[in-house]
Design a binder for this molecule. Structure first.
Ligand code: F6P
Length: 513
């Protein structure tokens, strides 16, 4: 089986959406709210600790109906069953896309080429758990018989961004281990990390699916050399572990075979934090919390798989994203988590979204004449308000926003939290409502500058608490949004050939020097 090959712009739904767009594009969000006093309730979806308010979007029931028809006409249902069913939907690389199997906490088998992968997945999880317990408890000793105090994750892209973002996001749950991340091939990066570390108490986790990535191998070799200045070869097995599919190269690097954590080619780098790539997460917060993260992901997987499209969170977010991208011609989306813990979320999503859907050739191999993946950016509110929100409110571009907030703060500082959340609600309200000429009190000369047109769309994602479980669901929500958009745009979301040319040229330039 393969994903169907349907040009979305040739569907009836697309034609209906185009006609409908002409009618609704001039309608202000203020009017939509006045016309339906229950709009907020009508357009809010609840799921576990999540409440997703879609009411501040430039949509009505007809928009949603047409968007859902677009999903149906592009055979999204069939695509979802191929995705979860282990079909080779990463056709250009000849692979299944099964990060969902990594958090499959049901007893249902997941077949790849007729073989259930779950026994291997569970065995590997057990290995992560055992290793985590050894290191966290202090039983794992370094070459001078001291326990580990620091962990360095050496990786880049999907072997860095996910774990780094999650370790930061779950800082509240962390144990005594200090986890550091080295990614850039800039030698100053690695130097800044190792300069304060003690070889006797540091564990290095080399994470590279391919084990050929220049940045990671260079950083790992530099660290190995630095390590051997104070320890001997035999000490390596107590301080270096590796996560990879390329077992041969890992062994050649000198990592002890017991210290190799395998992964599978059906896990894409940017969706791999649920796998052994998440080892540094498990070390930072303990295996139970890591497992909660997986559980949250699994719950969102079930919601996505089993819920009708008109109530399905990732499906609706994807469709609304397409509505702005392809009809309103917005080019970017801003991610605004109102939590300092999620400061790295947009950097993580940049890879997940842009490496997946930044494609301009369809599943036929033909050049596409419509827009695909949008540009993603953002940072934590309220800092963003004092940086780029001016452009969002009064600039010339339409930038849909995702506001992500939590009902409760982790340390319970009420005064701060109430102020934070007042800002969270104020920003989406200001974007939606704006401030009309008649409402502005100002010197007439300044009046035009103080008007806010409003009608700027946003999603409000309100979550009870920042827990490992809810974080797992949140990340998964975006993973499936990516999938849905890729299916509808008729592109292959799970390859990344666009990163290769730069790598090749860098190699040529470097070797010619
Ligand atoms: O940037 C390209 C890429 O292949 C990403 O998709 C991947 O996450 C990253 O490089 C790292 O790859 P690896 O884990 O094989 O070192």
């Amino acid at each position: 089986m393969a994903l169907k090959n349907i040009n979305p712009t040739q569907t009836n739904a697309w034609k209906n959406l185009s006609a409908h767009f002409e009618g609704i594009k001039g309608t202000h969000l203020r009017t939509l709210f006045t016309d339906n006093p229950n709009r907020k309730e009508d357009y809010t979806i609840n799921f576990n600790d999540f409440s997703i308010d879609l009411s501040k979007n430039r949509i009505d029931d007809t928009t949603l109906k047409n968007l859902v028809s677009l999903a149906e006409e592009t055979e999204l249902k069939d695509a979802i069953s191929q995705y979860f069913g282990g079909e080779e939907i990463n056709e250009t690389e000849g692979r299944a896309v099964l990060h969902t199997a990594l958090r499959n906490q049901s007893k249902i088998p997941v077949l790849v080429d007729g073989v259930d992968v779950m026994p291997e997945v569970n065995k590997t999880l057990q290995k992560i758990q055992d290793f985590t317990n050894e290191v966290v408890s202090g039983n794992w000793k370094g070459y001078t018989n001291k326990s580990i105090t620091d962990v360095v994750n050496i990786g880049i892209g999907g072997s860095d961004l996910g774990p780094d973002m999650v370790v930061d996001a779950l800082k509240y749950y962390k144990n005594h281990l200090n986890v550091h991340f080295v990614s850039n091939i800039d030698g100053d990066h690695v130097q800044e990390i190792i300069k304060n570390l003690n070889t006797e108490t540091t564990l290095f986790v080399i994470v590279s699916k391919t084990f050929t990535t220049q940045e990671t191998i260079t950083n790992a070799s530099t660290i190995r050399k630095w390590f051997l200045e104070s320890a001997n070869e035999d000490a390596i097995r107590k301080h270096f572990v590796a996560v990879s599919t390329n077992l041969k190269s890992v062994q050649e690097f000198g990592v002890d075979s017991n210290n190799i954590f395998t992964m599978w080619n059906w896990v894409g780098g940017r969706f791999s934090l649920w796998s052994t790539v998440g080892l540094s997460i498990s070390l930072a917060v303990g295996f139970d919390n890591f497992n909660q993260l997986l559980k949250g992901a699994h719950e969102m997987d079930n919601h996505f798989k089993d819920t009708a499209f008109d109530k399905n969170i990732p499906v609706l977010l994807a469709l609304i994203g397409i509505w702005y991208n392809n009809f309103f011609e917005s080019e970017t989306e801003v991610i605004l988590p109102y939590s300092q813990y999620l400061n790295k979320l947009s950097a993580y999503l940049q890879q997940a979204i842009m490496e997946s859907n930044g494609k301009s050739v369809d599943r036929n191999g033909d050049k596409i004449d419509y827009q695909t993946g949008s540009i993603v950016w953002g940072s934590a509110g309220t800092n963003a308000q004092h940086a780029f929100m001016q452009l969002v409110h009064q600039g010339t571009k339409l930038i849909p926003a995702d506001f992500i907030g939590f009902k409760n703060s982790l340390y319970g500082n009420q005064e701060h939290h109430e102020k934070l959340m007042a800002n969270f609600y104020a920003q989406s309200q200001a974007m939606a409502e704006g401030k009309m000429k008649e409402e502005v009190v100002a010197d007439p000369k300044l009046l035009p500058f103080k008007v806010f047109d409003g009608n700027k769309p946003s999603n409000t994602i309100l979550i009870k608490n920042l827990t490992p479980l809810n974080l797992g669901s949140l990340i998964t929500m975006y993973e499936h949004k990516i999938f849905v958009q890729g299916v509808i745009w008729n592109i292959f979301s799970y390859d990344q050939f666009g990163v290769e040319l730069g790598k090749e040229l860098a190699h040529k330039i470097y070797t010619a020097k």
